[in-house]
Structure formats: C-alpha cells, structure tokens
Ligand binder design. Sequence first.
Ligand code: SF4
Length: 246
Amino acid sequence: MLAGPVTPNDPALKADFSEMSLVERLGSLAAGRKNAVFTTSFGIEDQVLTAALTIAAPAVRIVTLETGRLFDETLALIDETENRFGITIERFRPDPKKLAAYVERNGLNGFYESIEARHACCGIRKLEPLARALNGADLWVTGLRRAQSGARAGVPFAEHDDERRLIKANPLADWTMDDVNAFVDANAVPVNPLHARGFPSIGCEPCTRAIRPGEDERAGRWWWEQDDKRECGLHVAEQDAAIAAH
Ligand code: SF4
C-alpha cells in the first residue's frame, strides 16, 4: 500500500474542469499540493502536459519509469525534453534483484509466453517503480484521454484513487487527437519520431508495434494478447495491479 494522504473530500473532485483551458486545469489541480507528481512515458499527450506544466505548475514533479526496454527514440526524447524546457525529469528504474530473478525464471522476453509472465514483467519494470514514484504523493497527473481506447472511454477529469490514496487527474480527458496536435504545433513541443511511423501509443520496444488504418490507438500495445482491455496495470486499482504483477 502506498502512503499518500487520504483526500476523499478534495476540491478537485467537485471542480468543473470542462470549460477551463489546460493551463487553468493544471493550475487548479496543483494548487495547495505538497507532493504532486506527473508520470510521463513521453507519448505525445505527455509531452503536451510537460509543456503546459512548465507554465501552469512548475512545482509538479515530472517522473518517468525507465523500464530498461524503451525505444532508443524515447530515451533520446527524455534528454531533448529536459533541454527544451530546462527541467529535470526523475527516472525510476526496476529493482535489479527482482529483475534478475524474473529473467532467470522467464527469460528476457518471457512476457510473450503467457499473460502471467507479461504482468509479472510489467509489475517489476513499471508497477513497483511507479509505487516508489507515487509514495507520499497527493496528486497524480496522467495523460489519459477518453478517445484513446474503449477501455478509457469513461476517464474522468479527477478521481479519488482509494488504494493509492491520492487524487488521480486526467486533464486531457476530453481532448481529441486534433487538440493534441494543435497544441504541439502551436508550442513547438518535441515529440517522439515514432508517432510519424504509425505508433500513436509508445511503450516498451518489444511490446509495441505500429497500428494499421482504422485500428484503436492502443492496438499496438501487447498486440499478441486478445483482451481488448489490456493495460500494463498502471491505470487500474492497485489491488488489481498487484494481482496482475504476480
Ligand atoms: Fe515488460 Fe513489455 Fe511490460 Fe515493458 S511493456 S514492462 S517489456 S511486459
């Protein structure tokens, strides 16, 4: 269990974000926070948020989960983003002992063999580092959008994460891909070159492929699995994520 403050009556849960600009949303969400965290995976939505946070709420910590299996393009973009915005991005990495034990048991690419092995890999490379990144946080900002997939169609602007005991905020919840692209163009935001090669959603290299015309934006993630709600566990309840991680 994470040690975030309990905030069931947080003002963010009652706020009407629908008519606010992105900068206004972020300013409102971050006001009065002691430990606000934005987790970026350097997808285009996350780059929009990084750019907006530097204006709206520069005290928000920007962190990333450096899984050890990221694309070279993503690693280069981390450095480019720091230089472009003059910020430092915190890197959280997997526990070396747990990772070595996983590789010993399943092989480096054992995640292709079963859903259990895949969840275990995501657990070690993503969920446990995420837990460390969010420990003590009172606000968690993400780049989730409703239009990304059917599984994300109901994403709210803000919700109380009962298990992580923090406010999880999705200030881009109602943005379309056109909204995202317009912001990027207007603000010269650096983006991952993989987007232009058919990767709207980018995760670990061995688990991400380009999508085909008409496919869901997240269809290239864990493409060999059949479950249309597949996620890495970051955006499900911690109890479920813990199950998924074993
Ligand atoms: Fe492992 Fe793939 Fe999950 Fe990355 S996305 S943590 S490589 S299973």
